[in-house]
Design a protein around this ligand. Structure first.
Ligand code: HEM
Length: 538
């Protein structure tokens, strides 16, 4: 059969004349030439960002960047390019990264109204856009007004039930540690359960929140699957439809092996069911929850007339906001708390110093330390947290914005309208002029300096973003992380285990910037005389 086919091709070729044979040979060469021109030569000569410095491949295709995304090293690579090429770097044919404070302010500042990029379409939930996923400046401002007063520090810090709840969850975490004393504890899982318990309390109210720390439950498995799903993130962003169908198919074939690929859908269904239970519960009106706050805002808007488009604040929108806030708060707080425990485990003298400062605080009737005291009178904890925010910012690094009509000039380079621009948080946080020996975990850089140097460092520390769309949860995150770490280190010290290493804790450029090993195994040990550490110094 094959021989026959070969023979007939041979006889066809021998029957055509020389000119046609040459033409036949030229066709593939022409194809390759056209391909080279359109994929290589044309972008190199005429690419809209060819005047911006950057690796030459980035002028031709975004596949070059995709390669680093799939290796989960996008942020590291971009920071490295900034060292090589300067404060403005072309990272893809229509994408630029900036690494100066001035350009960062221009991109994210309230004055300039840059919209978000199409990347944020990936974060729509139930067909609606939360504050985070809203792209245009004006629509975003209208939605943000609905939630910003709720998340303001003045509201979060003056809400005694919330502090009591977080304190109680910290004690539950402590109890978990006590029960597993002598064994290795995965702090990342513990922090994850803690963060989910807290955000569901704040968003859905006390009757419908989770209690993951207390016992093994469905939500614990869900959180674990969400962590694994991070690694499918780059492909999901590049090929959303293909991955959606492939994930569903694989999960159907083997739930046990591939169930993690549909963890986001499971979270959305789980959240929808909790949302409906909470909204139908008459006790909702007595809670201080985000859900109640949003429902009240909707009622107020109805009365006040056309201020906001009624269609935007329907139940679908509220459900999307609730899910997005749970997503945003759970992963980021868990990752930050985990890196803080890891860094303290590597630096026992900072543990002692924090414990010493904690032991000087007045103890409340219930045996706990008040957050206001921890926040204002434990400078070592504040300094260590700042270093963790600097070295391990818990976000994707893809706060993409789009250049408005007319284009803009950034550090001397003209960027035409519709160019996608992102500030490289990693490059800003490793600026040697502002943070000398920037790779070192050095909390003292926040303690032993004059006010002017402190202000300079503070201005460039942007783990929560910058400007008009700065993170709404900063006050909540700070409260949760400080209470968690204070509860643990007041009584315990953490000791390194053999499975904990710089490699396992390498921070990946995934959406939640997770540690590569997805675990942080430490051993807790009771401190014999906590007050001994009062005089401990670095
Ligand atoms: C250490 C913890 C956290 C970090 C590092 C963090 C980081 C960020 C960053 C970088 C942004 C800006 C994204 C952009 O500009 O595109 C953001 C936005 C946001 N974060 Fe957080 N976040 C944290 C905790 C929280 C918590 C606890 C909540 C609670 C609900 C939260 C809710 C939000 C919301 C709603 C937005 C969107 C704000 C807007 O677009 O106006 N975050 N976060």
């Amino acid at each position: 059969m094959l021989e026959q086919a070969v023979a007939s091709i041979q006889s066809f070729i021998s029957n055509i004349n020389l000119e046609r044979k040459l033409l036949l040979l030229c066709l593939p060469a022409l194809g390759v030439g056209c391909g080279l021109y359109s994929w290589l030569l044309h972008p190199l000569l005429c690419g809209r960002l060819r005047h911006v410095p950057g690796p030459w491949q980035s002028n031709c295709s975004s596949l070059f960047l995709a390669f680093h995304e799939i290796a989960y090293r996008r942020n590291d690579k971009i920071a490295q390019w900034h060292k090589q090429y300067g404060p403005v770097v072309r990272i893809a044919p229509n994408e630029v990264s900036v690494a100066s404070l001035q350009d960062t302010r221009e991109v994210y500042g309230s004055r300039h109204r840059w919209p978000k990029s199409g990347y944020f379409d990936n974060f729509m939930e139930y067909g609606a856009r939360s504050v985070f996923a809203t792209r245009s400046y004006e629509a975003h401002q209208a939605k943000r007004r609905l939630t910003s007063s709720f998340y303001q520090a003045s509201n979060i810090y003056r809400f005694p039930e919330l502090e009591r709840h977080i304190q109680e969850r910290s004690l539950a975490a402590l109890h978990h540690v006590q029960q597993n004393l002598g064994q290795e504890t995965d702090v990342y899982s513990l922090a994850d359960w803690y963060a989910l318990d807290n955000i569901t309390f704040l968003v859905l109210g006390p009757e419908h929140c989770t209690r993951c720390i207390n016992q093994d439950c469905y939500e614990r498995r869900l959180l674990q699957d969400l962590k694994y799903q991070q690694f499918a993130g780059p492909l999901r962003i590049r090929f959303p439809q293909t991955l959606k169908y492939a994930s569903r198919f694989l999960a159907k074939c083997s739930r046990r092996q591939f169930g993690f690929l549909v963890a986001d859908n499971e979270l959305a269904s789980w959240c929808q069911s909790r949302f409906h239970n909470a909204i139908d519960d008459p006790r909702l009106t007595r809670t201080h929850s985000l859900l109640r706050h949003l429902c009240d805002s909707e009622a107020a808007t109805d009365e006040s007339g056309p201020g906001l488009d009624k269609k935007t604040i329907d139940l679908q929108y509220i459900a999307a906001e609730v899910l997005d806030n749970i997503n945003a708060a759970e992963a980021t707080v868990a990752v930050t708390a985990t890196y803080l425990v890891w860094r303290l485990t590597e630096s026992p003298h900072w543990q002692r110093r924090i414990r010493g400062e904690l032991s000087r605080l007045p103890v409340q009737k219930d045996g706990a330390l008040a957050f206001a005291h921890i926040d204002h009178h434990v400078p070592s904890l504040e300094a260590c947290l700042r270093e963790v925010y600097r070295l391990h910012p818990a976000s994707s690094g893809r706060a993409e914005r789009v250049v408005p009509p007319g284009g803009r000039v950034m550090s001397g380079f003209y960027l035409p309208e519709n160019t996608i621009v992102t500030a490289s948080v990693k490059a800003l946080h490793h600026d040697e002029n502002v943070y000398p020996d920037s790779n070192l975990f050095a909390p003292e850089r926040w303690l032993e300096i004059d006010e002017q140097a402190w202000k300079l460092r503070d201005a460039q520390l942007i783990p929560f973003g910058h400007g008009a769309r700065i993170c709404l949860g900063k006050a909540l995150a700070t409260m949760e992380i400080k209470l968690f770490v204070a509860a643990l280190y007041r009584k315990y010290e953490t000791i390194k285990t053999s499975s904990l290493s710089a490699e396992s804790m390498r921070q990946c450029s995934t959406h939640d910037a997770v540690p590569e090993g997805l675990k942080c195994m430490v051993r807790f040990q009771l401190v014999e005389h906590p007050s001994d550490s009062i005089s401990a110094s670095v």
